[in-house]
Design a protein around this ligand. Structure first.
Ligand code: GRF
Length: 218
């Protein structure tokens, strides 16, 4: 049976689109059982609806306390009975209890070579530091913001004269390959996190994240 996936978004949804496309093209053995957004006007909701995927909104502004928002979000996710929950541009910080509930079955994609540049504005911060290499990471989600065990990364060179938009676009192209690659490993049951937060990939314990110049996808 295909891996049941719920994706959480807040905006554009281009990573969601790359996953939808890969599924539609028969490359990714997953079933998109739902896309949930904390923002009613997230463009990604339309992408999901176009692909015939159930959508829902849990608007964080309707809640006075984060715990109440998370309780409703969790109930909505769990009603869809996912095997895997993907954060794809989901812009709310999630509490420890919520995250623990999805231990080993929630992934995030972050536009930097973690542990460098956790948080926001990663591209501008990389440029400001004058680094010559930037990139993207996919990791299991733990209570530490952008701090969970890293599965895989793709490096992207910083070019002379890059501005943040140009660099972001080059990173995004790699995001659209790295997330399907990792989700595929999970869906094929070749990737899991143990109770001690060690990553098992293809029957080996990962001692360091996979790091690609060229993501082997598709
Ligand atoms: C991506 O850069 C992702 O890495 C980050 O937020 C952005 C979301 O973009 N977490 P999109 O909504 O998938 O287009």
């Amino acid at each position: 049976m295909n891996c049941r996936v719920v994706t959480l978004i807040s905006g554009r949804g281009s990573n969601l689109q790359s996953l939808l496309d890969a599924t539609l093209n028969g490359l990714l053995p997953i079933e998109h059982v739902g896309v949930l957004s904390n923002r009613p006007n997230a463009a990604g909701l339309e992408r999901a609806a176009r692909a015939g995927v159930t959508t829902g909104v849990v608007d964080h502004r309707q809640f006075n306390h984060r715990a109440d928002f998370e309780a409703v979000l969790r109930a909505r996710i769990d009603a869809l009975q996912p095997d895997l929950v993907l954060l794809a541009g989901f812009m709310r910080i999630l509490g420890a209890e919520f995250v623990q509930h999805y231990h080993g079955r929630m992934l995030n994609i972050h536009p930097s070579l973690l542990p460098a540049y956790r948080g926001l504005n990663t591209h501008q911060r990389a440029l400001d530091d004058g680094v010559d290499e930037h990139g993207v990471s996919v990791h299991f989600v733990t209570a530490e913001l952008d701090g969970g065990p890293i599965i895989a990364q793709a490096r992207v060179p910083v070019l002379d004269g890059d501005n943040a938009e140009q660099l972001a676009a080059r990173v995004l192209a790699q995001e659209h390959r790295l997330y399907p690659f990792v989700v595929d490993r999970f869906a094929q049951q070749c990737l899991h996190l143990d109770t001690q937060d060690r990553i098992h990939l293809d029957d080996q314990v990962l001692s360091a994240p996979l790091c690609f110049d060229q993501v082997p996808w598709p």
